[in-house]
Design a protein around this ligand. Structure first.
Ligand SMILES: *Cc1c(COP(=O)(O)O)cnc(C)c1O
Length: 394
């Protein structure tokens, strides 16, 4: 993936040569982190989650910005991501949110990546590796309170904690859980929180206190203020997107406070008139009911714009919303520009982001695709250069 850092003045010149690119506003990212910090208060630590190439924003520049802006710890999905962060800056703790594969254990230990433990088997292999490498390994234990993906069963959590404390070479630094539906289901989230608290209480009754307790992803950070605990783990919010769900109405966040960092753009490559009855694109799923003006634009599913949004999505050209007509193809799609007053090949097209007084949020693209904004952002492919602006220390 191409990553370009440029100042505001260089912007237009640099973008001129691109067909499809994403601009990442590092100042927005910094502001989002500041808002999260304000929201949780000074005593709670923030783990910024940067898995999947920082949600498609580009891991290294984002990690660098977050280091400058006060992240306490990083959350990653694999060791490659952890290594990339280490190359940007030393000293930040990194928690691997997924389980380590057996053959990754030694690498994780050697690179001081904090593993997530769900089982005695994992604990034993890290303990054995700690002896081999002659080191002490910081670990977090995960409790499965309803996500069902990782974590020890709540009724076995105390046993696992005891075991980890007994095993040589391990230092139990954290205990955590993960909400499965914090943006949608208050009742289920409350039950998850209660289960986690019961585990914490059972440990306390044995005199066991674990330094860092954590539970909240972005949605829970907004909706479950009682489970902020010692640390929060926002991903989506850091990138400026509020996880929308059935509980949205209970929090209000203004666009000034949380601002999407990513804008996704492409260009108009051809403009033409078509007559009534003309069909467009593969499978001729769209047939013009009238004479109309259409434009071919330079983005497709090869760039990560999902084909599922065919005949549903819209893009912004100038200040006009233009519907996508027919199937989205690998490198191009066709849009209705009948209502765009002035249009020429080379013009910019906004796929995600603001344009004039309108904007297309990633969440809206996700709806057209039948998916969630997490998938839309992480789906933007390597072919799309990321162009960075802002982020200079003020
Ligand atoms: C991805 C992830 C997060 C961040 O989730 P968002 O919904 O993007 O805030 C937090 N915790 C865990 C365990 C995760 O896997």
């Amino acid at each position: 993936m191409i990553a370009v850092v440029c100042s505001a003045g260089e912007m237009s010149r640099v973008t001129l040569n691109y067909r499809c690119w994403a601009e990442v506003d590092l100042d927005a990212l910094r502001g989002n982190l500041a808002w999260i910090r304000h929201r949780v208060g000074p005593r709670i630590k923030i783990m910024t989650v940067v898995k999947a190439d920082a949600y498609g924003h580009g891991l290294k520049p984002i990690a660098s910005l977050l280091m400058q802006s006060g992240t306490d710890i990083f959350g990653v999905a694999n060791l490659t991501e952890a290594r990339a962060i280490r190359n940007v800056g030393k000293g930040w703790p990194i928690l691997m949110l997924g389980a380590c594969l057996p053959d990754e254990v030694e690498m994780a230990v050697r690179e001081s990546v904090i593993p997530t433990l769900s089982s005695i088997r994992e604990a034993e292999s890290f303990s054995a590796c700690a002896a081999k490498v002659r080191t002490i390994v910081d670990v977090h234990i995960k409790v499965d309170t309803g996500m069902g993906r990782l974590g020890v069963r709540p009724d076995r959590a105390v046993e696992l904690v005891r075991k980890v404390r007994q095993l040589p070479g391990l230092r139990l630094q954290g205990l955590y859980t993960h909400f499965s539906s914090a943006e949608d289901d208050a009742e289920f989230s409350r039950q998850q929180a209660k289960t986690f608290r019961q585990v914490i209480a059972a440990l306390a009754s044995e005199g066991i206190q674990i330094p860092v307790l954590h539970a909240n992803n972005s949605a829970a950070l907004l909706h479950e203020p009682d489970t902020l605990l010692d640390l929060v783990r926002p991903g989506l919010l850091v990138y400026g997107i509020v996880p929308v769900g059935r509980r949205l109405s209970s929090v209000s966040i203004s666009q000034k406070q949380i601002r999407p960092a990513l804008t996704w753009l492409c260009r108009v490559s051809l403009v033409k008139e078509i007559s009534k009855g003309t069909s467009l694109s593969y499978g001729h799923t769209f047939v013009a009911r009238r004479k109309m003006r259409v434009a071919t634009i330079t983005a497709g599913y090869g760039d990560g714009y999902q084909r599922a949004a065919s005949n549903r999505a819209q893009v912004l050209i100038g200040t006009t919303r233009c519907p996508v007509l027919g199937r989205i193809t690998m490198d191009q799609m066709i849009v209705d520009v009948s209502h765009v007053p002035i249009i020429e090949p080379g013009d910019e097209v906004t796929l995600i982001g603001p344009q004039g007084n309108d904007q297309i949020p990633a969440t809206e693209v996700a709806q057209w695709c039948g998916t969630v904004p997490w998938e839309v952002l992480t789906g933007i492919t390597n072919r799309v250069p990321r162009v960075y602006r802002g982020g200079h220390a003020s």
